[in-house]
Design a protein around this ligand. Structure first.
Ligand SMILES: Nc1ncnc2c1ncn2[C@@H]1O[C@H](COP(=O)(O)OP(=O)(O)OP(=O)(O)O)[C@@H](O)[C@H]1O
Ligand SMILES: [Mg+2]
Length: 243
């Protein structure tokens, strides 16, 4: 967890082999690893769903799903894309995740944000991920769709996958998390197991704790200044609901 610019995406790019760390050790299943590319991470079972999802909007659901891992079928001496298998599988896999697609030929771009996240997540699980890294999967979603993504996280966890869920929303992290790490400006601000803190603590940490108190004091001081001296005060008073 962490505010904008805290280094969350940078950290997961290191975990997924996009960037190489300049210091520290990266241990996977107890062994030190050096990853030179996302392909190497994937081969070890570390699958990442990036903030931009890496889905192609104009392409159909099934093509997106199997992009880079197209199932093949032999027609005598000729090999071809097994489209029937792809369409059937996509429908089945998504149905298992509780998503009923009208038509596997539907372009991904016509689906909701939550459905797109679900496709990206189910693809990672289908291709045998052991670790699933999700970069702010709920950020652009409404309550109901975010709920759908949180369900996927819990199901993946129940299947034995390790899930690294990046978010800046403590209300999304708390119900699904076992371990919370808060980043700020590229550093670890806090590292807690679930039984070491409360939801309120997490909210406070994310809100910036001391920073929030300082902001409140600054605003109060501003409100105490004479009206004519500060033209903006009336707006500020309105915005914070003071009388
Ligand atoms: N390739 C890069 N070169 C230099 N600086 C970078 C690069 N990528 C990111 N940064 C900087 O590193 C900091 C952390 O960025 P990062 O994208 O990891 O943040 P984040 O926690 O994912 O934020 P957000 O919540 O906005 O997604 C930012 O200040 C960003 O501008
Ligand atoms: Mg980010």
């Amino acid at each position: 967890m962490g505010d904008n610019g805290a280094g969350k995406s940078t950290l997961i790019k290191i975990l997924s082999g996009v960037y190489q760390p300049t210091e520290g050790d990266y241990l996977f299943e107890g062994k030190k690893v050096l990853l030179n590319s996302p392909r190497e991470a994937l081969a070890m079972g570390i699958a990442t769903v990036y903030q931009d999802l890496s889905l192609i909007p104009l392409m159909s659901v099934w093509r997106n799903f199997f992009l880079g891992a197209e199932p093949e079928k032999r027609f005598g001496p000729i090999k071809g894309y097994d489209i029937g298998f792809a369409k059937r599988t996509v429908r089945e896999v998504l149905a298992q995740m509780g998503i009923l697609i009208r038509d596997p030929d539907q372009p991904v771009g016509t689906m909701s944000g939550g459905e797109r996240q679900s496709i990206a997540i189910s693809r990672a699980i289908y291709f045998g991920a052991k670790v699933l890294i999700l970069d702010e999967p709920t950020a652009a979603l409404g309550v109901k769709q975010a709920g759908m993504v949180l369900h996927h996280i819990v199901r993946a966890k129940q299947r034995g996958l390790a899930v690294i869920f990046i978010t800046h929303n403590p209300n999304h992290a708390w119900p699904v998390g076992d371990h919370f790490i808060i980043l700020r400006r590229g550093r670890v601000l806090g590292d807690y197991r679930r039984d070491e803190l409360t939801q309120a603590d997490l909210m406070n940490l994310m809100a910036g704790g001391e920073d929030l108190i300082k902001l409140q004091q600054e605003l109060e001081a501003l409100l105490k200044q004479p009206q004519e001296a500060v033209g903006e005060t009336a707006h500020v008073q309105e915005a914070v609901g003071a009388s």
